[in-house]
Design a protein around this ligand. Sequence first.
Ligand code: TYM
Length: 331
Amino acid sequence: METVVSGIRSTGNLHLGNYYGAIQNFVKMQNEYNCYFFIADLHSLTTHPTPADLHGNIKQVLVEYLAAGINPETATIYIQSDVPEIAELYLYMNMNAYLGELERATSFKDKVRANPDNVNAGLLTYPVLMAADIIIHKATKVPVGKDQEQHLEMARTFANRFNRLYNKDVFPEPYAFNYSENLVKIPGLDGKGKMGKSEGEGNAVFLSDSPEIIRKKVMRAVTDSGPTAENQDKPVEIQNLFDIMKVVSSPDTYNHFDNLYNSCQVRYGDLKKQLAEDIIIATTPIREKINDIANDAPYLRQVAKHGAIKARESAQRTIKQVRETIGFRSF
Ligand code: TYM
């Protein structure tokens, strides 16, 4: 059975982008593959969270994984820092990752532009840690959103390079995965780029948002003054709303508003109302479970402990092989 690995950084509540880009696939894949889903708390250290924030955020992602339908009996759910073998593999992989290729990563360049005062080495080697996360379980499929595509390419490069260096087939090649034909990019509500946790107020709809908040955020989304010619291209902010509609609404609803747009009869107020209601329908079953799970400390403790044991079993097998391959031998 093929092995699947994926993770989400513990930097706050999960949003629709995380859900449609990643988690929806996790939930389906857990019944078909040998799955490892983790909370990337080591990755979140690049932005220097306080100890209290760090713990709260890890818990929040764990709770939302479970609320979204990941079954800890079927998939292995764990916290990255509970598996020290990942950090060890990261160290080994860093020896064969080169400054030039790391500096060229789009995500690194974006981070440098956004936070010029915090260009730390962890940011630079972020794709190496991500590769370690994946290859520690010898995964071949990695359910992620479109923004992670380049990181997967780098993971393949690092895995292949290790195999070549030691002339041994230790790691298989991992590929980004989505059940739909293409990897998903969910846009934000601000008329600009993708939905993200740190893209500013009103950009993201969180799985934990109440119906009132969802309605407010969607109604405030940026629009233009409406189409002036039939079948004209949609400007970015309008295309964004249609892109979100494509994943949360029925095809009939999508086609209905698309036809109205193309015949210049669309009323954005109606479109947004429908979009908000469909987001509410999609997120309510998850939101309703979040509180109950968050209050069940013994359950969370048991899930994290059980997941760490299972993840370490697999990680230790790989690390043993990696150490031998590198040439570490006991006396
Ligand atoms: P992170 O925490 O930024 O995002 C988690 C997952 O959500 C997806 N995603 C989106 N998909 C579509 N549209 C969006 N607007 C959107 N925003 C986020 C991301 O593509 C991702 O799948 N580096 C990763 C975490 C990670 C990881 C790994 C993933 C660490 N190690 C190993 C896979 C395998 C990250 O920062 O994702």
